[in-house]
Design a protein around this ligand. Structure first.
Ligand code: SAM
Length: 316
């Protein structure tokens, strides 16, 4: 079995890569610097573009959901790591009724510590009348909750959602950014099935690997294995159909997805022109391969018929 420490360490990698791309000007995020030090590493332009596309694509779908529900909704970020979306949404005045971040307790503990130490982070989760409660490693404020749970254990997930005051009738968006792949396929399916049973109106964004059955995938898996990090859920990442099927066989009403090669073409034209001028890209082929091995899959269950089936990368 993969070492959970190695899995947790992937969050440090992701945060480091995001901070580097932010420094390079790919997108603005004044908060990420509080979660990770500058670091010695530099990253290749392909990696920076890959992260840009990852962050931008999730943002587009999430903001469509927030607009559709007029923020009368909940956001649940599974395996959130040191994600900073909450603070960005707060700046934009797009705060949902409840924003919940869930990860392993040790990751949550480190994030909570950073929030306590850094004024801009603490100010972001504070409200005039609401107090901030720290309970063991968990943190609860009026709209923001940070809780530790193992996603493999549904009882823990449910208990923590209850502590956050989850409302199963409110439209809820789930985000899993490079997370489900670390769960055995039976475990991620059990989680998705449970969510589809419990929530009446839900949207799921899953960003992760795809097309891993080829040589590029083999190398990626071998690299991770050398760091004791096994992708336990690789079977769901063999094709886009396998990715979509995981939702369609677990009670979600509809699912669709795109490889990043195609998602990239749907990102705002002006932004793409801007970021493509930031750095000279030597290895176009490498970027193409990278984009061919990551995807965004989205799924919905829309019992109330609020139009979740219309959320995609098409024009609004
Ligand atoms: C690659 S990192 C991604 C972090 C964040 N979503 C991002 O994209 O910046 C994977 C995250 O999933 C979390 N994770 C993986 N398996 C988990 C599990 N079984 N329970 C809770 N968290 C898990 C890890 O601790 C880590 O923070």
């Amino acid at each position: 079995m993969a070492s959970d420490d190695a899995i947790r360490a992937t969050n440090d990698d992701a945060t480091q890569c995001k901070r580097f791309a932010v420094q390079k000007g790919y997108w603005s995020d004044p908060y990420i610097q509080h979660f990770v030090s500058r670091g010695q590493n530099t990253h290749a332009p392909e990696i920076n573009r890959g992260y840009y596309a990852r962050v931008a694509s999730i943002r587009i779908l999430m903001e469509k959901f927030l607009k559709l529900t007029k923020c009368q909704c909940q956001v649940v970020n599974l395996g959130a790591g040191f994600d900073t979306t909450f603070w960005r949404l707060k700046e934009q005045g797009m705060i949902p009724q409840s924003f919940i971040e869930m990860d392993f307790p040790t990751v949550v503990m480190r994030k909570g510590h950073a929030i306590k130490q850094k004024k801009p982070l603490l100010a972001g989760i504070s409200t005039e009348d609401g107090e901030i409660k720290f309970h063991n490693y968990d943190l609860h404020s009026a709209n923001y909750h940070l809780v530790g749970a193992n996603l493999r254990t549904l009882g823990e997930v449910e208990a923590k959602l209850t502590e956050c005051g989850i409302d199963y009738t409110l439209p809820t968006i789930f985000i899993a950014e490079c997370v489900l792949v670390y769960l055995e396929i039976e475990q991620s399916k059990a989680l998705l099935k449970w969510l589809a049973e419990k929530f009446q109106t839900a949207f799921f964004i899953n960003y992760e690997q795809v097309n891993l059955g080829d040589r590029f995938g083999e190398v990626m898996l071998a690299n991770l294995k050398s760091r004791e990090c096994t992708l336990a859920g690789v079977d769901a990442c063999l094709s886009l159909d396998a990715q979509k099927d995981r939702f369609l066989t677990t009670g979600w009403q509809g699912a669709d997805g795109m490889e990043m090669t195609y998602v990239y073409k749907c990102l705002p034209h002006a932004e793409i022109t801007r970021i493509e001028h930031l750095e000279f890209l030597d290895e176009r082929e490498l970027l193409d391969q990278l984009f061919n091995h990551y995807c965004v899959v989205w799924a919905y269950k829309d019992s109330a018929g609020i139009g979740l089936d219309k959320i995609n990368f098409g024009p609004s």
